[in-house]
Design a protein around this ligand. Sequence first.
Ligand SMILES: *[C@@H]1O[C@H](CO)[C@@H](O)[C@H](O)[C@H]1NC(C)=O
Ligand SMILES: *[C@@H]1O[C@H](CO)[C@@H](O)[C@H](O)[C@H]1NC(C)=O
Ligand SMILES: *[C@@H]1O[C@H](CO)[C@@H](O)[C@H](O)[C@H]1NC(C)=O
Ligand SMILES: *[C@@H]1O[C@H](CO)[C@@H](O)[C@H](O)[C@H]1NC(C)=O
Ligand SMILES: *[C@@H]1O[C@H](CO)[C@@H](O)[C@H](O)[C@H]1NC(C)=O
Ligand SMILES: CC(=O)N[C@H]1CO[C@H](CO)[C@@H](O)[C@@H]1O
Ligand SMILES: [Zn+2]
Length: 554
Amino acid sequence: MHNFKEKIKKFLLLIVLILLQGILVESYVWRSPNNDDQAFWRENAERYLSKILKSQDIKGVDKAKNVILFIGDGMSFATIAAGRVLKGQMEKRSGEEAELVFESFPHIGMAKTYNTDKQVPDSAGTATALFTGVKTIIGAIGLNPASDESTANDRMKGIIDWAQAMKKRTGIVTTTRITHATPAATYAYAAKRNYECDTNVPEFMRSYYKDIARQLVEDYPGKGMNVIFGGGRDFLGASKKQESKFKFSGTAEISCNRNDSQNLVEKYFQQFDNKTNVKYVTTSGEMIALNIDDIDHVLGLFSNNQMDYESVRDKGSDGQPSLTEMTKTAIKILDNKKNKNGFLLMVEGGRIDQAHHQNYARLAIEEMVEFERAIQEAVDMTSDDTLIIVTADHAHSMVFNGYPTRGSDIFGMGNKPDAEPYETLVYSTGPGYYMHVSNDTNRFINITQFSDSQRAAPTYMHSSLIPMPDGTHSGEDVGVFAIGPGSRLIQGVFEQNYIPYVISFASCVGPVSHKNPLCVDNESKSNLAADTNQNLSFLLTLNCICILFRQFVS
Ligand SMILES: *[C@@H]1O[C@H](CO)[C@@H](O)[C@H](O)[C@H]1NC(C)=O
Ligand SMILES: *[C@@H]1O[C@H](CO)[C@@H](O)[C@H](O)[C@H]1NC(C)=O
Ligand SMILES: *[C@@H]1O[C@H](CO)[C@@H](O)[C@H](O)[C@H]1NC(C)=O
Ligand SMILES: *[C@@H]1O[C@H](CO)[C@@H](O)[C@H](O)[C@H]1NC(C)=O
Ligand SMILES: *[C@@H]1O[C@H](CO)[C@@H](O)[C@H](O)[C@H]1NC(C)=O
Ligand SMILES: CC(=O)N[C@H]1CO[C@H](CO)[C@@H](O)[C@@H]1O
Ligand SMILES: [Zn+2]
C-alpha cells in the first residue's frame, strides 16, 4: 500500500517535471531570438496570428478580394506627425489638428523592424520581411537568412507569387527606380541589394545571381505582373530621356550602364504572344492616354534613375506622373474588365527615405504628404472588398522637437527662450552637419543666419549632429494602419514579417490561407503551408513518452 502511494507521488512529480521541461523547451530552445532560419520567423508569424484570432470576441469577415499594401520608405512616426502638420498648413490651418487619411483607419499596430543581424535595419531586409514573411540579413533581397550567400537559387516566395498562384492580378508602383531595394524584394533574389545592374554583380557571384533588372523581365513573378510603374530606364538598358533635376546624391546612390548591351524593355515584350495586350510608357501623358480597359500588362519607366521629388518634378505631359496618378492608373488597370479574382498592389513612397538621408526635411515631408494623397485616392477608388495596409519599412533619424508655438511653420524653428534658435526638425546623422557647422570655429552656425529663401530651397539641409555623407535609418517601431476585410488582425506590437501573413490569411493566398475558414475553396491549391506547430507538439509528446518509459523501466 505504502509502496503504491510512493509510486503515485513519484508519478505525479514526473508529470510536473515533464510539463516544466516542455515549457522550458518551448520558450528557450525553439523560440530563441538568435534562431535565424526561415521556420523560426514563419512559426513566429503564425503564432501571433493565432493569438490575435483567439483574442477577438467578434468573428470578423476576413476575406479580402483585393489588397493594397502602401509602404512609406523611412516613414517614421516623427515623419507622420510632421506630415500631418504640413498637410494642415497647406490647407491654411494651424496644422497640428489635421488628420491623415490612414490615421482614421480602424486598426492600428506597431511593427518591429530589426534585421536578423542588425538592430537598425535597411530597406532590403525589411522589404523581404514585409513581402515574404521571413526576416533576413541587412542588404539581402529574398534570401533565406540561414542560407549561404553563394548558393544556387534559393529565393523565398512572397505575396506577389502567392497572389499570382491564385490567379490574382498583381502590380507594383514606386517613385524609386523599379530595381531599388523595396520594389526588388517583391520579385527578386539577391545577396546584395546593389545587384541591380549586370555590372554590379561581382564576377564570382554571376553563376548564382542574375542582376535584378533581368530578374524583373525574365522571371516570375516579375514578368507576370500586370502593372510595373517606377523609374530606372538605365538599369533596363532602355533608351535614355531627360535627366532628373535633383538627383539623390548620397553615398548609397548607384548608376547603371549595362555592359551586356541588352535592352530589357524589348526583351520584356518578346516574351508575350501577340494576343496579349502589353504597353510601355515613359511619360505622364503616355500613361494617362492608356486605354485602360483591356490592358494585360503595362511597364511604365518614367525616369533614367530615381523619379523626381514631387515638389520639383516636371508636371507637364512630357514629365513624370505623381505617385497619386500612378496609383490611380494602377488600380484602374488591375481592376479592369480582365480582373476576375481580385488584385494585389504594392505602392511605395520611396523617396521619403532618400530625402531624409540627405537631411532634406522639406522634401521628405512633402513626399510623405504626396504618399498620403495616393492613399486617399486608393481609399476613394475601392470598396469594402479591399484590404488596405499602410506602413513603413523602417524609421529615420529625424527628430520633431523644441517647443514651437502652435501653428509655427513646420520647417521653422523651435522656441525655447534660453537656447540658441534651432530647427523644429533636426537630424541626428547626415550631411546637414557640414552646412551648419562653421569650418572656422567648428561650432554650429546661428540658424538665423540662413535667409528665408535659403531655407525654403528644396536642397536646404536641416542641421545634423553627427557628420555623415548619408544619414542613417533609426531602429524604433513603425506604425501599421489597416482598413477593410482582415484589417482587425493588425493589432498590438508585432514583428514586421507578420504583415504578409495577415495578407495571406485575409486574401486567401499563400501559407496560411488554409487557416481561414472563408478560404476553404482554395485549400487544395495552397501547397505552401508550413505547420510547424504540429511538428513541435509531436516532438514534445514523443519526448515525454520516452522519459516516462525510461522511468518505469528503471
Ligand atoms: C564588360 O564585358 C566585357 C566583355 O564581355 C568584359 O571583358 C568586361 O570585364 C565587362 N566589364 C564589366 C565591368 O563587367
Ligand atoms: C500572331 O502570332 C501567330 C503565331 O506566331 C501568327 O501566326 C500570327 O500571324 C500573328 N498575328 C499577328 C496579327 O501578328
Ligand atoms: C565647410 O567646408 C566644406 C568642404 O569644403 C563645405 O562643403 C561646407 O559647406 C563648409 N561649411 C560651411 C558651413 O561653410
Ligand atoms: C542668433 O541670432 C539671433 C537673431 O539675430 C540672436 O537673437 C541670437 O542672440 C543669436 N544667438 C547667438 C548665440 O549668437
Ligand atoms: C513537419 O514534419 C513533416 C514530416 O513529419 C515534414 O514533411 C514537414 O516539412 C515538417 N514541417 C516543418 C515546418 O518543419
Ligand atoms: C484559383 C481559385 O479558385 N481561387 C479562388 C479562391 O477563393 C476566392 C474567394 O472565394 C475565389 O474568388 C477564387 O476564385
Ligand atoms: Zn534608406
